[in-house]
Design a protein around this ligand. Structure first.
Ligand code: PLP
Length: 405
């Protein structure tokens, strides 16, 4: 029977407590979400600054709709590239100190595009010639990058999470094979919440001056969260933007809209505009969304929400310490609690939901086996009372299951 593996695979996933399920959210306001007729306090959104509800961002959408309508109607290389896309690119270049940028419909597409486009050459006889090269990346990079790297024409060498001597030995291996090496990490890791050592990675790249690899950073969870003005790893004194060749970031997290960008040299971006099938053969993101994202970028620079976010994170951490809630070393909004096996992670998540707290269980293969976890996310719109309720719930549930430190 055709595709008879489907029911077997689904059953296997369900038996291992790994089946994914979608929950239909019918309303979402001030961190209260409604699911199946019940209301929950939301500790799961990547909207770290609450900008998806910010009146000025919503106004940005309205203004964009009035000028451009809803959809863009074409790929960016046809008529889908408007003054709003250009203005957002220019503003991103300015805050990141990069010469050029381009916008994708999602971070997933942007990461895949780099992994494919960068290792595809154009010749007179073929559009699709593959180059030789290697991708060296942190083991815990997001699936959008890792899958792109696995599917790319070149070899992927992963180094142990934040282990820069392992990165160095992987780099030496890659060097023996080809000159074209992409060395990649994340500014803030999506599942662990810790930082990716961008400065150390840049230093490592610099030591290979004969054949310097290109450094790429995925700033999906860093922009809006870290940096002196909130613009991520490049906005910290430890990193010089010239040392980073490719910056990738998303709009669907702290910026509160959706879509993504990559930034780099003029030549690199021109190459990607030509070679990235994810860009050329895809309808561009609507201009209203670009206008709203520009407003978000300006709000990040003002820093009001970022200050609230960091106050909330500090408050959460101090209370979590008080009650010996076992956390990873993260000072970002992402605060994982490792449970270690999928069934118990789901049980804890469901018990928290019974208490009105929405804290999802994140299971393998999204995270490595035996690190199944609760992923708490703190945002700028939480009140101290919200965080108190979360702490009470966590203490109750974790102590019942002997998970308190
Ligand atoms: C680190 C990282 N990179 C890329 C992506 C993909 O971004 P998008 O959701 O815009 O496709 C995500 C999404 O969760 C992510 O966490």
């Amino acid at each position: 029977m055709a595709f008879d593996f489907i029911s077997k695979s689904l059953k296997e996933r369900a038996d291992a407590n790994l089946l994914r399920q979608r929950y239909c959210v019918v309303s979402n306001k001030d961190n209260i979400i409604e699911v199946n007729g019940n209301h929950y306090l939301n500790f799961a959104t990547n909207d770290y600054l609450g900008l998806s509800q910010h009146p000025q961002v919503l106004q940005g959408y309205v203004e964009g709709l009035a000028v451009y309508g809803s959809g863009s109607g074409a790929s960016s290389v046809v008529t889908g590239y408007t003054a709003e896309h250009k203005a957002l690119e220019d503003e991103l270049c300015e805050v990141l100190n990069k010469p050029a940028a381009m916008i994708f419909s999602s971070g997933f597409a942007a990461n895949q595009a780099v992994c494919h486009g960068l290792f595809t050459t154009h010749s007179a006889s073929s559009e699709n010639e593959k180059t030789s090269g290697s991708i060296v990346s942190d083991k815990l990079m997001h699936a959008s990058f890792i899958q792109g790297a696995i599917d790319s024409p070149v070899k992927l060498l992963r180094y142990k999470h934040n282990d820069f001597s392992h990165a160095e030995s992987q780099l030496l291996k890659a060097n023996k094979q080809s000159d074209n090496i992409l060395l990649a990490t994340e500014g803030v890791f999506s599942m662990d919440g810790d930082e990716g050592g961008v400065a150390q990675l840049c230093e490592l790249a610099q030591t290979h001056s004969q054949n310097k690899p290109w450094v790429m950073i995925d700033e999906a969870h860093a922009i809006g969260v870290i940096g002196e003005s909130g613009f991520g790893s490049l906005d910290t004194s430890a990193v010089n933007s010239e040392q980073v060749d490719i910056v990738m970031g998303t709009f669907g997290k702290a910026l509160g809209t959706s879509g993504a960008f990559i930034a780099g040299s003029h030549e690199f971006i021109e190459y990607m505009v030509n070679m990235s099938k994810h860009y050329v053969y895809s309808t561009s993101v609507g201009s209203a969304q670009m206008r709203a994202t520009r407003v978000s970028l300006a709000l990040i620079a003002e820093g009001v929400e970022r200050e609230k976010l960091h106050n909330n994170i500090e408050y959460f951490l101090s209370k979590a310490r008080m009650y010996s809630i076992p956390l990873l070393p993260s000072v970002s909004p992402i605060q994982p609690i490792i449970i270690g096996e999928p069934a118990l992670a789901v049980t804890c998540s469901e018990a928290l939901a019974e208490l009105g707290l929405w804290v999802p269980a994140i299971r393998t293969p999204t995270v490595p086996a035996n690190t199944d976890r609760l992923r708490v996310i703190i945002n700028a719109l939480h009140t101290q009372k919200d965080i108190d309720a979360l702490i009470d719930g966590l203490v109750l549930v974790l102590s019942k299951h002997e998970q308190l430190g």
